[in-house]
Design a binder for this molecule. Structure first.
Ligand code: RFL
Ligand code: PHB
Length: 393
């Protein structure tokens, strides 16, 4: 058994774990990140694309904002397509100038890995059989295997940043953990293609055939999604079939100007709302997808991971610098308040824009009326916009 020690052991090298490690390192707090997959695998995952101002500021503050500021796109609004028309949501005008940044999660993760390497941060990849021990005592530790050798990592605290399928959440005893969940009867089939985006802003489309989203990564890289039922298989979706389906769900003039091309990535993501409470247990603290999942409709998953990391890094810094445990004790409650607001918003965006097979006549009318009301009411648009650009933290 090889034994080492750190102050904060971080499980998971996704955006939550890497950002937490970067912020703590800059504050003089020692961390080790344990990641189950290879770096190549982590950097190959295509996920989020929309960053709130809060995350943008955090990345800049952590010294990892330079490439984002060069290559990212600031978006002042987006469109909702409905009934063959596009309605503009003027985020900046409705929120007193607030905007979002379109910059891929893949790029954020790459920038964080580079910064960790430059600062000599330790990220152990392909760490297998990670297990958490003695969470409720003063001396927790983590065991894992790397290249066939057993390791033990002693620490003061463990940050569980290992996503929805990780081990950290499951290390909280079942009697203490409460889970709240809604699984939707559909998923998103996503395609990445090296084609110019159909519009310079995002288009969320509500259509009787189902939801569609036109997004992007840069001027020659587009990201498109269509709602599919839960039993669809990605192998059954040729590129041709995908483009036809996407076009059928967009207003005719938008569909006519869509440039298609070969997909360079294609995958189906199920949609789910999920919260595990509390987010801490003894010396274990959960952040990001390890503690909660939102459907991607509101573009909130990565941004919620960032606000968790903000609260958690402040709490650790308070403990190490000032000997204060107040923010550690209140971390779960503080983070959950913001999480539930994003849960509500993501659920609502999902509800108004997707086709729900079980809706029935009444449900369909209410859904159409939600959109009618939204397009005709500035108050409703202000509410959408303030949530989309991100509630303060
Ligand atoms: P991650 O990214 O899942 O990273 C967790 C890491 O932990 C590792 N791991 C383990 N490591 C060690 N031991 C174990 N036992 C482990 N088990 C797991 C994993 O390999 C992984 O590297 O969680 P994190 O860091 O909390 O980040 C969360 C975000 O990735 C996620 O919320 C977003 O991608 C969600 N999301 C979006 N969020 C937004 O804010 N804006 C968007 O526009 C947006 N679009 C999306 C999305 C998610 C999507 N999918 C595929 C779920 C679009 C899609 C299609
Ligand atoms: C994306 O570009 O992947 C994306 C954008 C907005 C969303 C979800 C995903 O709401």
């Amino acid at each position: 058994m090889i034994s080492t020690r750190t102050q904060v052991a971080i499980i998971g090298g996704g955006p939550s774990g890497l950002l937490l490690s970067q912020i703590l390192h800059r504050a003089g707090i020692d961390t080790v990140v344990l990641e189950r997959k290879s770096r190549e695998y982590v950097l190959g995952r295509i996920r989020a694309g929309v960053l709130e101002q809060g995350l943008v500021d955090m990345l800049r503050g952590a010294g990892v904002g330079a490439r984002m500021d060069r290559e990212g796109q600031i978006h002042e609004g987006f469109d909702i397509a409905f009934n063959r028309e596009r309605h503009h949501i003027d985020l900046a005008g409705l929120t007193g100038g607030k905007t979002v940044m379109v910059y891929g999660q893949t790029e954020v993760t790459q920038d964080l890995y580079e910064a960790r390497d430059q600062m000599g941060g330790i990220v152990v990849d392909e760490a297998e059989n990670v297990a958490l021990h003695d969470l409720t005592g003063d001396a927790p530790y983590v065991t894992y295997e790397k290249d066939g050798e057993a390791h033990r990592l002693d620490c003061d605290f463990i940050a569980g940043c290992d996503g929805f399928h990780g081990v950290s959440r499951k290390s909280i005893p079942e009697g203490i953990r409460q889970e709240f969940e809604r699984v939707y009867p559909f998923g998103w089939l996503g395609v990445l293609s090296e084609t110019p985006p159909v519009s310079h802003e995002l288009i969320y489309s509500s259509h009787e055939r189902g939801f569609a989203l036109c997004s992007m990564r840069n001027n020659n890289l587009s990201r498109y999604y269509v709602q599919v039922s839960n039993n669809e298989k990605v192998e059954d979706w040729s590129d041709e079939r995908f483009w036809e389906e996407l076009k059928s769900r967009l207003p005719a003039d938008t569909a006519a100007s869509l440039v298609t091309g070969p997909s360079i990535e294609k995958s189906i993501a199920p949609l789910r709302s999920f919260v595990s409470e509390p987010l801490s247990h003894g010396r274990l603290f959960l952040a990001g997808d390890a503690g909660h999942i939102v459907p991607p409709t509101g573009a909130k998953g990565l941004n919620l991971a960032a606000s968790d990391v903000h609260y958690l890094s402040e709490a650790f810094i308070g403990w190490y610098k000032d000997g204060q445990d107040g923010k550690l004790n209140s971390y779960s409650e503080t983070a959950l308040k913001r999480i539930w607001k994003a849960m509500r918003f993501s659920w609502w965006m999902t509800t108004i824009l997707h086709k729900f097979p079980e809706n029935g006549g009444f449900g369909d009318r209410i859904q159409k009326t939600e959109l009618d009301y939204l397009f005709s009411s500035r108050a409703a648009q202000v509410s959408l916009a303030e949530n989309y650009v991100g509630l303060p933290y």
